[in-house]
Ligand binder design. Structure first.
Ligand SMILES: Nc1ncnc2c1ncn2[C@@H]1O[C@H](COP(=O)(O)OP(=O)(O)OP(=O)(O)O)[C@@H](O)[C@H]1O
Length: 321
């Protein structure tokens, strides 16, 4: 399953992405945590030192593309397969086994409590123009387009704050998006904004209250968010101590907060994966590529004369578990 954490700047997206990834890894099954936030702190909260960070995907887009475009689709995972026969050059698919594909092997690092970490890499001043921001986050989108996540496998993406996170197609790529909201007017304001986008694109969301300090805060969130409020995490002394540089493992987390992470995981895993939608997105992605290859190979004029059903009709995608 693919899970994103979004929300207002400073609401706790990075902290909750890291805690959720650690908690999920502890239950078994592979977990990849992806830092797609302009403020690249996910590695730190996962306990990775600066020199242990993986190679940044955002500045190696060409290398990732090159590998994904490989000529012979080679799908080796027995657990999760999509078979597709796009005409022209092949298009490789990824699974979460780093032994199986160079993208995970080259662009992820193991973190102390189990999740593998992938990062877009730091955003410089000149990156923050819209085009550059998207070219870095585009590496993550490309990765998710090619990834087939199997049963019991999780990808957790720490998204950037505010509207930038809905400005690329990336936000439509998740089975569940958790919107992190502090019990403040601004926090619930971002929820209202995101709810509109999510409804337009049929994106499943649930709200996670964060840093709540008592029943009044929970009541405030419930009043403004209603049934979309899934669970709340309390303001955490353990998280604060971690921020101050103390060693931290999940055992240090307050039991109520650990229980809340359990609620999140249960919610994710209870979502029947929308295979039809996932399959449709995968087919559309490969057809788009196939059209681009056809245009390049024979020229747009000639390619436009061909009945797409004739060319693409035989493409069959079967999703097997
Ligand atoms: N439940 C919590 N209890 C205590 N402190 C918290 C909690 N959640 C987050 N924090 C603290 O709030 C601050 C902001 O958290 P975090 O960096 O995770 O937010 P963010 O939404 O990812 O921010 P940004 O938009 O800058 O990426 C951090 O100092 C973090 O330690």
């Amino acid at each position: 399953m693919r899970v994103a954490f979004v929300g207002k700047g400073g609401s706790g997206k990075t902290t909750l992405s890291a805690l959720f990834a650690r908690y999920t890894a502890r239950q078994g099954g592979p977990v990849v945590a992806v830092d797609a936030d302009i403020n690249q702190h996910l590695g730190m909260v996962l306990g990775v030192e600066e020199d242990g960070l993986p190679r940044p995907m955002g500045s190696h887009l060409a290398e990732i593309k090159e590998w994904l475009r490989g000529d012979n689709p080679r799908i080796t995972s027995a657990a999760a397969m999509v078979k597709t026969t796009p005409p022209g050059r092949g298009s490789r698919l990824l699974n979460l086994d780093p032994a199986d594909d160079p993208v995970h092997a080259r662009f992820s690092a193991v973190t102390p409590e189990g999740p593998r970490l992938m990062v877009t890499g730091p955003f410089n001043e000149e990156d923050l123009g819209v085009a550059c921001y998207h070219s870095k986050v585009g590496a993550v989108e490309l990765y998710l387009n090619h990834l087939v996540d199997g049963h019991g496998e999780h990808v957790v993406v720490d998204m950037t704050a505010g509207a930038d996170s809905f400005a690329s197609g990336l936000f439509t790529r998740f089975d569940m998006t958790f919107l992190v909201a502090e019990p403040t007017r601004q926090g619930v304001g971002v929820y209202r904004q995101y709810r509109e986008y999510a409804a337009d694109y049929d994106v499943p969301i649930a709200v996670v209250g964060n840093k709540v300090q008592g029943p009044g805060d929970v009541a405030f969130l419930r009043e403004h968010i209603g049934d979309d409020l899934l669970v709340c995490l309390e303001h955490s002394a353990a998280v604060r101590a971690m921020e101050q540089g103390r060693p931290f493992t999940l055992e240090d987390l307050e039991p109520a907060n650990a229980d809340a992470l359990g609620v999140l995981l249960k919610h994710v895993d209870s979502q029947e994966k929308d295979w039809e939608r996932f399959g449709r997105q995968t087919v559309e992605f490969h057809l788009r590529n196939a059209r681009a290859w056809a245009n390049r190979a024979v020229g747009e004029d000639l390619a436009a004369q061909v009945d797409p059903d004739f060319v693409f009709g035989p493409t069959r995608v079967s999703l097997q578990r």
